[in-house]
Every structure is written in structure tokens, then in C-alpha cells.
Design a protein around this ligand. Structure first.
Ligand code: PLP
Length: 393
């Protein structure tokens, strides 16, 4: 039935996952897997976390959806919590990472118009990085300079320029009066887990300040605690003008959000943007449960402690298996093992041995466990990796 009726825009592994508990999932044949995909960096608090489940169950029995024609109290609470983390500002709620980035791109256009004294279409360009990934909408595709994402859908949305990641001068070369913003992932996720350097992010912040450009940070994959800080850009101590988030925010319930600093929040006025589902009571309840669990279980702290051990163990694996492994990239639980040759056969071999991973870029195997994974389960992951990279493909 899957083959007959589901559109063939994905290439799923030949299996169905039917239940999960903590860091484990089970397939339809009752085989167990340690889940280091986490629904592509989504299952922040693992599978079926009792508090997350209970709060969603209680909310769905009370009120599931009402639209943004009315105040949604949970939105106010969640927006407040996100502003405590991102800074003074306002939050827009949507349903996915691509929509969070659409919000950032629309914000950039509004800023460009204001900067040009109200004239539209004069200052509207956004510079993004080579090897970036910002989503599959027309805004997201335009911001994603990769043939495999754009092919077949041309012409692309106009107004995007691209520069070399981790090279401030390359971005500087693209700046002129038509540019209004720079959009960056703090860690390029789909591109293979390539972190922006602190020097680069600081340099880009200074460049934005110099030319009155908005610094838009896409934290859709690396944010929500995955690196051991709530936003990955906190590691560099760099303040964004707006941040896009999604994935881990709902812990498995679809929600996206765009935070914009107070200085630019006036650019959106009633009627200027919106979406039916954005921030509905279910989505906000899920996200509030994620934030509460992150606090009550000290997840950021445990990532920093267990992550240190895990990174050392992964580095030892690289030394032990130099025929197959070339390095480890990433911060906290946003990690890729770099392999020689095609990562895909290794992803399959790891799956056969009970560890779910996902390719990132051309040489990366992404390892993105739930943030509440135990030390013991991290140790299990290292044992499986050690065994699998001791074999040949
Ligand atoms: N931005 C980044 C950095 C992502 O990694 C992704 C998805 O992988 C997106 C945006 C798009 O998010 P979504 O798939 O929820 O639309």
C-alpha cells in the first residue's frame, strides 16, 4: 500500500517503526534500535516521555485547536520562555523549520523596505552560505544553494546571494546596497555537521552592524539544547537579530517558531503574516513540556558531562579505525562521524546492528541522540560503532 499510494518523494529504509521508549524504537518485526536519528533531531526528550505524553493527553482532552483568531494562552507562556533564552523580542509560531525560515526571509524583506525609506524592491537580498540547508519551500530553496535541492523547480525565488561558509571576507564581497540580511546555520546540519567558527560568527555580526544588515540564525536543527546550550550560537556569544527554530522544540509534535529582537518586531503588523495552525494549544503544550523536562532533568548539564566522555570515545574510534573513519565533527549531541567513501552503506550496516543514524553531507554519518539519553546508552552506541567499523563494506 505504501508503494501504491504514498508519493515517491522519499526513499525510506525498508522497515516501519511502530513504537518507542526513551532512546529506543521498535520496528514492526519487534526488532529494537538505539535511535540516534531522533526523528532528524526532533525527539529532544526521547520517545514516549511520560510527562510529555501526559501533558499532551490532558490538552487534547481539553482543547486541541482554535486558530489565531483568539488568544492562545499557551503561546504567551511559550513565547515568554523563548524570549528568556533568546533576548527581548517577540515570537511568531508556525509548524516547521521551512516556515520558520520563511518568517526570517519575510522579516528581511520588511527590514530592507524600511531601510530604503519605505521603497520596496530596492534592498531585499539575503546572503546565505554554500553547503547550507534552509528547507524546501521556495524561500528555503532559494536560500539553499544546492543543485540537488533546486533542480527541477526553477526559476528560484530571486534575492539570494551565496558566500563561503566560515569566510567573513567572502560575505563582505557580496554586500552592497541591495543586501538587507545574512542568514546562517550555526552548525550546518544537512550539510554534514560543520560548525561555524566563533571567529566567523563574530565577524559576521560585526559586518551586519557595519552595514545595517539583519543577522538571521537558523537554529532549526542545532538549537533547542542539542549542543549543550539552548541555542548553538550561544557558544560563540553572538546575538542574532532573529532566530528560526522547529524540530526539537516540540519533541515530536510539529511546531516552528521565529524569534525577532524587540528592535525589529514592529516590522510585522496585524495581517502581515500568519498561519492557521501556528502555535495551537497542542503544539505549545508539547513545547512547554519539552522546556520543563529540559530544566527538571538538567539536560543541558548532562549533555556537557556525558558529551565530553562520548566525544573522547568517538575520537578514539577514529584512531582505531583509520581505514574507514576520518574524523568527528560537531558539538554536544549534534555530531557527525566522517567516513571515507559513501556513508550510506555504513548507515545501513549500523541499522542492521541496532543503531539508527542518518547521512549528513557527502561524508558524514550524523549521530543525534535524544538529549536525555543515558550514559549507558551512549556507551552502547560506541560499542556498536566499534563493532561495525571493525568490519568492511
Ligand atoms: N533549517 C535547517 C537547518 C534544517 O536542518 C531543516 C531541516 O532539516 C530545515 C530548516 C527545514 O525544516 P523542516 O523540514 O521542518 O521544514
Amino acid at each position: 500500500m505504501y508503494d501504491a499510494y504514498v508519493l515517491k518523494n522519499y526513499g525510506p529504509a525498508p522497515m516501519a517503526l511502530v513504537r518507542g521508549k526513551g532512546s529506543y524504537v521498535w520496528d514492526a518485526e519487534n526488532r529494537r534500535y538505539l535511535d540516534f536519528v531522533s526523528g532528524i533531531a526532533v525527539n529532544t526528550v526521547g520517545h514516549s516521555h511520560p510527562e510529555w505524553v501526559a501533558r499532551l493527553q490532558a490538552q487534547v482532552g481539553k482543547l486541541g485547536h482554535v486558530s489565531n483568531l483568539y488568544h492562545v494562552p499557551q503561546q504567551a507562556e511559550l513565547a515568554h520562555r523563548l524570549c528568556e533564552k533568546a533576548g527581548d523580542g517577540k515570537v511568531f509560531f508556525c509548524n516547521s523549520g521551512a516556515e520558520a525560515n520563511e518568517f526570517l526571509i519575510k522579516l528581511a524583506r520588511l527590514w530592507g523596505r524600511e531601510k530604503s525609506g519605505g521603497e520596496e524592491g530596492k534592498c531585499f537580498k539575503v546572503i546565505t552560505a554554500e553547503n547550507a540547508f534552509h528547507g524546501r519551500t521556495f524561500g528555503g530553496m532559494g536560500a539553499t544553494p544546492q543543485a540537488k535541492i533546486q533542480n527541477g523547480f526553477g526559476p528560484m525565488l530571486e534575492g539570494f546571494l551565496h558566500a563561503e561558509f566560515n569566510n567573513v571576507e567572502s560575505f563582505r564581497d557580496k554586500v552592497d546596497d541591495s543586501v538587507c540580511a545574512i542568514l546562517l546555520e550555526t552548525i550546518q546540519g544537512e550539510g554534514g555537521i560543520h560548525p561555524a567558527t566563533t571567529e566567523f560568527l563574530k565577524g559576521i555580526r560585526a559586518l551586519c552592524d557595519e552595514h545595517e544588515l539583519l543577522l538571521l540564525i537558523d537554529e532549526v536543527q542545532c538549537g533547542i539544547g542539542r549542543t549543550g546550550k539552548f541555542f548553538a550560537c550561544e557558544h560563540a556569544g553572538v546575538q542574532a537579530d532573529a532566530i528560526g527554530m522547529a524540530k526539537g522544540l516540540g519533541g515530536g509534535f510539529p511546531i516552528g517558531a521565529g524569534w525577532v529582537s524587540e528592535a525589529y518586531a514592529h516590522l510585522f503588523t496585524p495581517g502581515s503574516h500568519g498561519t492557521t495552525y501556528g502555535g495551537n494549544p497542542m503544539a505549545c503544550t508539547a513545547a512547554l513540556a519539552v522546556l520543563d523536562i529540559m530544566d527538571s532533568e538538567n539536560l543541558l548539564e548532562s549533555i556537557n558531562v556525558n558529551g565530553k566522555w562520548w566525544h573522547e570515545a568517538l575520537a578514539s574510534l577514529v584512531k582505531k579505525h583509520p581505514d574507514h573513519l576520518t574524523g568527528v565533527r560537531g558539538i554536544g549531541y549534534h555530531v557527525a562521524l566522517a567516513v571515507k567513501g559513501d556513508p550510506l552503506p555504513w548507515v545501513g550496516r549500523l541499522r542492521e546492528n541496532g543503531l539508527l543514524t542518518v547521512r549528513g553531507g557527502t561524508d558524514g554519518i550524523r549521530l543525534m541522540p535524544p538529549l536525555n539519553i543515558t550514559r549507558q546508552d551512549l556507551e552502547t552506541s560506541v560499542e556498536i560503532l566499534d563493532f561495525v567499523f571493525g568490519t568492511t563494506i
